[in-house]
Design a protein around this ligand. Structure first.
Ligand code: PXL
Length: 271
């Protein structure tokens, strides 16, 4: 007997990070972890180079192929929730912006990947500007880390108060909600993220687990928020669940042979 299940559905438009520590691999694992059926349209392929200090090797996907993937995902399922991860080039950004405008969305979660861990800060400038003008105004939720929040707000973030001020400023650029992630970057014993909902700041804190960054934490947080919104959870509860999931994933992290440990999206974890 066949039973047609109707799980919540979400799309992710993002890059591949081949080792599974970031990008679309993390997004789809996180969707699955939270019981959401995931679709994924690939924008680029990142392979770190183990012979060259794990530096990024970056290959963009042809814009026509990106268009086709978004088209078929929008046609195959009734989907109203999308996460956008690494885009990487201006033609990709333009293609994704066009692809999104084809239908209505309830939730567009933008993880504004301006830089990957280990990349040079200057490289991202042009994509940064294109993302700001083409994608940010379409998004309902944006999830910058400290570096990205500084770049998007123009505020030099050194404290939790700066992080909150940056979140409010980014809210003026178009998104309904801003989740600014302090992570281990800010001083203090806690990893603090803040949500600006246009009226108030809500603070989400967990004790820091070491002072080192862990790969995949940002992708996991944004993907978990996306999955919860796809299920109809309200934004404050979605961020709370996502933060809890990331904290557990960092506690249960995997060691790697490269620079960072990586979050493990344990299937049996319930939050
Ligand atoms: O963590 C940001 C990120 C997102 N997406 C892809 C990446 C990275 C960082 O390496 O490679 C594909």
């Amino acid at each position: 007997m066949v039973s047609h299940q109707r799980p919540a559905v979400a799309l992710v438009i993002a890059g591949s990070e081949a080792t599974g520590g970031a990008g679309i691999q993390v997004d789809l694992k996180t969707f699955h972890q939270l019981g959401v059926y995931g679709m994924g349209a690939l924008t680029c392929i990142v392979s770190f180079d183990p012979k060259d200090n794990w530096n990024h090797r970056f290959v963009p996907i042809d814009p026509q192929v990106i268009h086709d993937q978004i088209e078929v995902c929008e046609a195959a399922h009734d989907v109203d929730t999308v996460k956008i991860g690494m885009l990487g080039t201006i033609p990709t950004i333009e293609t994704v912006a066009e692809g999104l405008k084809v239908q209505q969305w309830k939730n567009i979660v933008l993880d504004p990947v301006l830089i990957c861990k280990g990349q040079e800060a200057g490289q991202a400038h042009d994509t940064d500007e294109a993302l700001k003008s083409h994608i940010l105004p379409l998004s309902t939720v944006v999830t910058p880390n400290v570096f990205e929040a500084s770049a998007l707000s123009g505020i030099d973030i050194r404290s939790e108060a700066d992080l909150a001020a940056a979140a409010k400023k980014i809210g003026e650029l178009g998104p309904t909600y801003v989740v600014a992630k302090g992570g281990v970057e800010l001083p203090g014993d806690e990893a603090v993220d803040v949500l600006w909902d246009g009226e108030k700041i809500t603070r989400y804190a967990a004790p820091k687990i070491g002072e080192e960054r862990v790969g995949g934490a940002g992708c996991t947080l944004a993907a978990a928020i996306t999955a919860e919104l796809a299920k109809g959870t309200d934004i404050h509860e979605a961020v709370r669940i996502a933060k809890e999931l990331v904290t557990r994933g960092i506690e249960g992290r995997m060691r790697t042979n490269h620079v960072y440990d990586t979050v493990w999206q344990q299937a049996s974890l319930s939050v």
